[in-house]
Design a binder for this molecule. Structure first.
Ligand code: FAD
Length: 497
């Protein structure tokens, strides 16, 4: 394991049986899992290069159980890792050997669909696609659509502030969540926001969204639902180089057109997806854009013509507009299956997630080619081009020599390149463990200390998902510049985090 995790506490490991009994008293029966074989299912998430067994896995069904588990762990100083469906690509749900894995998959009910207020209240274990399934009979849908939407949970989406194809026009999870209920590490149940727009005071909802399971455990989510557009059409546009495709993307947005989705795939990804799904992608191009326009028919037709004109100005070799709903769905099926498709051509791959200003796309794509030669590994690109959110898939074979180490070094270099051109380490997959040690490339010591003060305000003992996001863990007392003498705080009667 190249990334080191906090050293497990021997005292906690020695109390495993006692802790499992305490968990079983709170969540009886099959809801508490402590057998090695049964826990194997939870040893990793979507970042499968890293694996670790939890101390005990617990699958609560009620908010009271979540609160009781957290209260117990807080009192006994036991770390807790929240988990939804375990599809995180940054290792956010990687268990800790001395920690409880709090699996939220049994929170799987849609509690309320309110078409009048255009929102739905759901439990965090409901899948992303499950929300759309619950409202589509009335012509509604939930807009953010990660490619993993069939499996990933809305609780995980909130924790990662997940994105997807349609987020270019309709916003990320943060823009589509109206409220949450969460439980603090001390077992308090807190509600933020609700069915109404905005709330008074600090934007704590914004803070919780994207907090990667470090601030609280989400137990209920209120999401915005949208009416499906009157028309949606997609166009496949082929280019002779990735750089020209990248320039066309920047030009479309610069022209003031915001497509419902604008995705890009390079040659290796096009071929892998075409072989897998037979979506009708052209094989003789170096880069493919899939651009979707939605809205009233007249507007869609007008914008499609403008997008095609811009693409041709940038050297597009072919444009093919979807004729009907079945073909539009097929265009997207190839893109949505691109990750598993790449999994068929390489034994292993690492999926990176940097975001850059759109106009830097040609420069970064060219830089990635040079890095591919430097690290002697192939890369396939499938990404949210309109958002400048890159997903280079680095192909490697874990069974060969030092390929995993080279893949990680290649990934880190790509992310450094993103930062160098004014971008960031992550667009939607989160920091987790994967990018934790690169945080110092973006943030100074002061920035990181300020961010950790927020963590201290919610979780003063650093028990929620430790070892993730922050490269170095500071004690809360240290951050507050307190002098703790022989374990005694000055002014012990003062409330502090
Ligand atoms: C094939 C594939 C394609 C993907 N495509 C996309 C994509 O297009 N866009 C995108 O954004 N992501 C994508 N992902 C990544 C992943 O699906 C998302 O990050 C997703 O939001 C994770 O949800 P999950 O339920 O699986 O969460 P998990 O993996 O279980 O957990 C993720 C993080 O959320 C925390 N967490 C989970 N539930 C809770 C809760 N109830 N309360 C507090 N914290 C919680 C965990 O501690 C962890 O830090 C993809 C993954 C795969 C495998």
């Amino acid at each position: 394991m190249a990334i080191t995790m906090p050293k497990p506490d021997a005292g906690i490991l020695a109390r495993r049986r006692e802790i499992a009994s305490a968990m079983r008293a709170i969540v009886p029966g099959e809801g508490t899992v402590d057998g090695a074989e049964e826990m194997r299912a939870f040893e990793t998430d979507g970042l499968t290069a890293y694996r670790q067994m939890p101390l005990v896995a617990v699958l609560p069904e009620t908010v009271d159980q979540v609160a009781a588990i957290l209260r117990y762990c807080h009192a006994a100083d036991i770390p807790v890792v929240p988990r939804g469906s375990g599809t995180s690509l940054s290792g956010g749900a990687l268990p800790l050997e001395d920690g409880i894995l709090l699996v939220m998959s049994r929170f799987n009910r849609v509690l309320d669909v309110d078409f009048d207020n255009r929102c739905a209240v759901v439990q965090p274990g409901v899948t992303n696609l499950g929300i759309t399934r619950a409202v589509e009979h009335e012509g509604f849908y939930y807009a953010p659509d990660p490619s993993s939407q069939i499996a990933c949970s809305i609780g995980g989406n909130v924790a990662e502030n997940s994105g997807g194809v349609h987020c270019l026009k309709y916003g990320l999870t943060a823009n589509n969540v109206l409220g949450v209920e969460f439980v603090t590490m001390e077992g308090e149940v807190v509600r933020l926001g609700g069915k109404h727009l905005d709330a008074e005071g600090y934007d704590l909802l914004g803070l919780l969204t994207g907090s990667e399971g470090l601030l609280g455990v989400v137990t209920e989510v209120t999401v915005r639902i949208l009416q499906a557009p009157e028309t949606a059409r997609a166009v496949l546009i082929g280019f002779p180089t990735s750089e020209t495709a990248g320039a066309a993307v920047a030009a479309v947005i610069a022209a003031g057109i915001i497509p419902a989705g604008m995705e890009m795939m390079d040659r290796p990804a096009i071929h892998a997806a075409e072989d897998f799904v037979h979506a009708g992608y052209p094989r003789d191009v170096e880069a493919l854009l899939i651009v979707e326009l939605d809205g009233p028919k007249a507007e869609v037709d007008h914008l499609l013509a403008r997008v095609e004109a811009i693409a041709l100005e940038h050297g597009a070799s072919e444009c093919r507009v979807s004729q009907g709903e079945a073909e539009r769905a097929l265009f997207w099926a190839g893109r949505k299956a691109a990750f598993p498709a790449v999994g068929r051509i390489s034994p292993d791959y690492l999926c990176m997630d940097g975001t850059i200003p759109r106009k830097e796309l040609p420069r970064v794509l060219a830089g990635m080619k040079a890095l591919s030669e430097k690290h002697r590994l192939l890369v396939a690109n499938v990404f949210h081009a309109g958002d400048g959110n890159l997903h280079p898939l680095i192909l490697y074979d874990a069974s060969k020599d030092d390929e995993f180490e080279r893949a990680e070094a290649f990934g880190a270099d790509i992310l450094r390149l993103c930062v160098e051109v004014g971008g960031v380490l992550t667009g939607e997959h989160g920091v987790g463990i994967e990018k934790r040690d690169l945080m110092a490339e973006v943030f100074g010591e002061d920035d990181l200390r300020h961010q950790q003060r927020v963590k201290c305000a919610f979780d003063g003992k650093h028990l929620l998902n430790p070892g993730k996001v922050f490269p170095v863990l500071h004690r809360c007392a240290e951050l507050g510049a307190l002098h703790v003498h022989k374990g005694t705080l000055p002014f012990p009667d003062l409330p502090r985090f």
